[in-house]
Design a protein around this ligand. Structure first.
Ligand code: KG4
Ligand code: ZN
Length: 332
């Protein structure tokens, strides 16, 4: 079965082909225009998707060595995400499906982050999944394909948002997560003990206090010496922020693993590309005797390979969507 996946929910225009035997292509066009604005500008994202979606899809088919007619189905992200951005991918996929006479499969972007782990391995159900992206931070018990029990969510900022917003306070460029990761590797994670919220409570997260605490810390340095302080200690601050975020994520994940006694842990979403988090989760796996699955960094951040592989499992289940009625949705 040959599935074309299309992704356009935020600032990555992507297309990929997955077959039962593996991934055949994975093309990603990252929009750089948003850097100037320090965040994603929805209108610009939609326009950029529209400009590149055709070429990205053509390239994904070429690299897979396929003609459009060879496809068995087209899978596309229909939410959550930016409405205008989603509409570009969805309308393009609908047009393609209709003209080729192929079935269409709507894929939930957050769920697809989980199934990105199935591109190169096969986690055993039931497993615990920690989803950490720019918009979500969730612990989920996954009992089977698309059989999910939400254990806890964030009450405010997502983990990726916490990285991006604190990076902005430290004067680092957007997107802050990857930059902070690189700087943190050169810093002292115990330089400042930033707050870890809701540690003793269940599976819910809160990261907005961390951002405020970093802001107060920086503003607490007398203005005359602030630039020098930041020059000397940005790496240490990045390491301390990363330590605070990853400590909370590790602690809550340990709690879920203990409570549900599963044998597999699955990391998902852009923040699972973070080196400190990857190291802590691997160590947690050893401590708990659990197999840890973390996608390659390129499958952690937004991509269409995860949409194609999720579409593949939907197709195996015989689950297809109606071209006329499949709708985009902005949030979960
Ligand atoms: O999953 P994703 O690509 O998009 C969403 O669905 O949100 O996640 C993007 C988030 C951004 O907040 C970005 O800063 C963060 O993932 N991120 C990282 C790293 N790479 C991406 N955060 C920390 N360390 C990284 N290496
Ligand atoms: Zn994502």
């Amino acid at each position: 079965m040959k599935i074309l996946g299309i992704e356009s929910s935020c600032d990555e225009t992507a297309a990929a082909v997955y077959t039962g035997e593996g991934l055949r292509s994975n093309v990603i066009a990252s929009q750089t225009i948003h850097r100037t604005f320090g965040g994603v500008v929805p209108e610009l994202a939609s326009r950029a998707h529209q400009q590149s979606i055709m070429e990205v899809t053509r390239q994904a088919l070429d690299e897979a060595g396929l003609q459009p007619d060879d496809l068995d189905a087209i899978a596309v992200t229909n939410g959550p995400g930016l409405m205008g951005a989603l509409l570009v991918g969805l309308c393009f996929a609908k047009g393609l499906a209709m003209s080729l006479g192929k079935p269409l499969i709507g894929v939930n972007h957050i769920d697809a982050h989980i199934y990105a782990n199935f591109i190169e391995s096969r986690p055993a159900y039931p497993f615990i999944s920690l989803i950490v992206s720019g918009g979500h931070t969730r612990l989920v018990l996954v009992k089977g394909f698309m059989d999910h029990e939400l254990l806890g969510d964030t009450r405010d900022d997502a983990a990726g948002e916490a990285f991006d917003k604190t990076a902005k306070i430290l004067g680092l460029p957007y997107p802050g997560g990857p930059v902070m990761d690189a700087r943190a590797r050169e810093g002292d994670p115990d330089f400042v003990k930033f707050p870890r919220a809701l540690l003793s409570e269940g599976y819910e997260f809160s990261f907005s206090g961390l951002k405020t605490s970093v802001l107060y810390h920086v503003e607490g340095v007398p203005e005359a010496g602030r630039a020098t302080y930041l020059q000397e200690h940005t790496n240490d601050l990045c390491a301390s922020v990363s330590q605070a975020i990853t400590d909370v994520l590790t602690r809550k994940t340990r709690r879920a693993l203990k409570a549900y006694g599963v044998g597999d842990l699955v990391l998902a979403g852009g923040v699972s590309a973070n080196s400190m988090l990857r190291a802590k989760m691997q160590a947690l796996g050893v401590e708990m005797g659990v197999t840890v699955h973390i996608p390659k960094p390129v499958y952690c951040t937004d991509n269409a390979a995860m949409i194609a592989v999720t579409g593949y499992f939907h197709a195996l289940d015989g689950h297809f969507d109606d071209i006329a009625t499949l709708e985009p949705f902005a949030s979960t």
